[in-house]
Design a protein around this ligand. Structure first.
Ligand SMILES: NC(=O)c1ccc[n+]([C@@H]2O[C@H](COP(=O)([O-])OP(=O)(O)OC[C@H]3O[C@@H](n4cnc5c(N)ncnc54)[C@H](O)[C@@H]3O)[C@@H](O)[C@H]2O)c1
Ligand SMILES: O=CCCC(=O)C(=O)O
Length: 521
């Protein structure tokens, strides 16, 4: 097994080891715990690499992103087996996630080549304008600088070392320092080695990518506070995201933290849809709920319905499917413990009815699925009922009428997604709900389930707080690159001082606004 200390200083602390998600037992060789000297070395290397990296031409950078994907695939089955052992996630899921990771890198390579992210705008000088001449103004987006990325535990490939945050930051021209998730150090090390091979093969400075690992919070805190870090990408707990936001704001020079934290993804079961296919919806709901042991930030943790025909059929079908749902290994003993405690809190809540539980697990980290029900009144009276339970747990809020449904939605926290299950006869109610949902969520979907995010150009995987720290953007899809860019306007600069893309006649094929008119030729 590769031990990931790379070119960084060997840390003095005793190492830490991978933990088998199934057994909770350590395995493999110990990993060195990176400390302050390693953070300093990684950030210094990133800063030193920044100007050379941001100056790479679009083709070099795009080819580099594709090379990372090739190197990840070249690891072969060792990557999948290692991730299976560390995360407890099944082979098919991890193979799919590897495809998504590589596809994501390819998508950003395409984005880099097309150059829309440069955001070119040219307002030519108007020397004859009265009463004052207009200067020549040219704008482009430039990368922020070194970015710290916190890998997520629940997607050890697509949201981790070479995941969406890393891919979008590298695409923007930012060197990346990854703080690997301690739940999958061996998986992270394999991917980090693949990225380093791609860096070398592309002739880029080593500091374009570094990978730091350690079991506690100290390392991440130091990284976020390092003055050379200019932005942070994070997926994880609300507590972790908030802590990093505070640290970033308290710096002498505050920096943006793009944290994706907590969402329960309301699903509205509309009256006509329930009447027509309540039972089928109940069965499908359990499929989405239990996917990946429920450890998706898009997990449908909150169902909303107005009392009426079909709701009981939904509940019965969900119950039947859930009691048959096998317990699944959760990512870490800590996540399993947090899940079990949250579920017990719900189960013992005076206003909450336990509708069904899945099968009891055998191992020490197997999560037992749970489905609860409550009233709108109770939900509105206790904010805790709207908090994320990370795992296969969901609560149905039974509303007496549309007004209660609206009140529950308005009271709910910001969300990554909101789903409508609707038939044609629900269209008017849905039209009244969509403006409410737009204010709550980053993605509104109809007649599907929120789990399974497409990596595309029109995707938003973001939303109002606390689903993320900044609802103006996304961590999945090509728009994610904008998080790591900022605009610079060049006024009356001599042509030789302008960046090449902004010189006269140099924009062929690049999307640009000339005097406010879009050109693509
Ligand atoms: N909504 C989601 O997508 C999502 C995903 C994963 C985990 N979670 C939640 O997070 C819980 C714990 O899981 P996790 O370990 O993946 O997330 P976490 O937030 O505890 O840790 C994520 C990363 O951030 C670091 N970190 C956390 N708190 C920090 C702090 N105060 N200072 C510096 N660094 C810090 C950790 O070391 C780790 O590298 C889960 O039980 C679940 O509730 C949510
Ligand atoms: O856990 C967060 C990401 C969820 C996701 O990407 C998906 O549902 O596919």
């Amino acid at each position: 097994m590769t031990n990931d200390t790379a070119t960084l200083n060997r840390a003095s602390d005793a190492g830490f080891r991978s933990i088998s998600a199934d057994t909770g037992e350590p395995f493999g060789e110990p990993f060195a715990v990176h400390g302050p000297a390693d953070v300093d070395a990684a950030c210094a290397a990133a800063e030193a690499a920044f100007d050379a990296y941001r100056s790479t031409d679009r083709e070099t950078r795009a080819a580099f992103l594709e090379k990372i994907g090739e190197e990840i695939l070249a690891i072969g089955d060792e990557l999948i087996e290692t991730a299976m052992r560390e995360s407890g996630l099944p082979r098919a899921r991890l193979e799919g996630e590897r495809g998504r990771t590589v596809g994501q890198l390819k998508m950003f390579a395409g984005v880099v080549r097309k150059g829309g992210w440069l955001g070119l705008r040219i307002d030519p000088a108007l020397p004859e304008r009265q009463p004052l001449p207009r200067p020549d103004l040219r704008l482009r987006m430039i990368p922020l600088g070194p970015v710290a990325v916190f890998g997520a535990s629940n997607f050890p490939l697509a949201f981790s070392t070479a995941g969406g945050d890393t891919a979008s930051a590298l695409a923007a021209g930012c060197p990346v320092v990854v703080k690997g998730h301690p739940a999958h150090p061996a998986t992270g090390a394999l991917v980090a080695e693949a990225i380093r091979r791609a860096v070398a093969a592309s002739g880029l400075p080593e500091g374009v990518f570094s990978h730091l690992v350690g079991p506690g919070n100290e390392l991440g805190s130091q990284l976020v506070q390092d003055p050379r870090i200019t932005a942070v990408g994070f997926t994880g707990s609300r507590g972790g995201g908030l802590a990093l936001m505070k640290l970033a704001q308290a710096r002498e020079v505050p920096i943006p933290v793009y944290a994706e934290m907590s969402s329960i993804n309301p699903v509205l079961l509309m009256p006509e849809a329930l009447k027509a296919r309540g039972a089928a919806l109940g069965t499908a709901f359990v499929g989405s709920l239990t996917m990946g042991a429920g450890q998706f930030c898009t997990n449908p943790g909150l169902l909303l319905a107005i009392e009426g025909e079909g709701l009981d059929a939904f509940v019965e079908a969900a119950k039947t499917a859930l009691v048959e749902a096998g317990a699944s290994t959760m990512l870490t003993p800590g996540i399993h413990k947090a899940y079990s405690e949250s579920v017990e809190n719900l189960a013992s809540h005076a206003q909450v009815e336990t509708v069904a539980r899945g099968k009891v697990g055998e191992g020490v980290t197997q999560g037992q699925a749970a489905f609860f029900s409550t009233t709108a009144e109770a939900f509105l009276a206790d904010k805790a009922l709207g908090h994320e339970v990370f795992g296969a747990s969901s609560i149905l809020v039974r509303c007496r009428n549309e007004e209660e449904l609206r009140q529950v939605l308005v009271a709910a926290e910001g969300q990554l997604t909101a789903t409508l299950h609707m038939d044609a006869g629900d269209a008017e109610l849905a039209a009244r709900m969509v403006p409410v949902l737009e204010r709550k969520a980053g993605r509104i979907l109809a007649n599907g389930w929120p789990t399974g995010v497409e990596v595309t150009h029109a995707m938003v995987h973001g939303g109002p707080f606390p689903s993320t720290s900044d609802g103006r953007t996304t961590s999945v899809g090509s728009l994610a690159i904008d998080r790591f860019l900022r605009p610079v306007s060049y006024q009356n600069l001599l042509p030789e001082l302008l960046p090449a893309d902004l010189r006269d006649g140099a924009q062929a094929g690049l999307p640009r606004l000339i005097d406010g008119q879009l050109h693509n030729d």
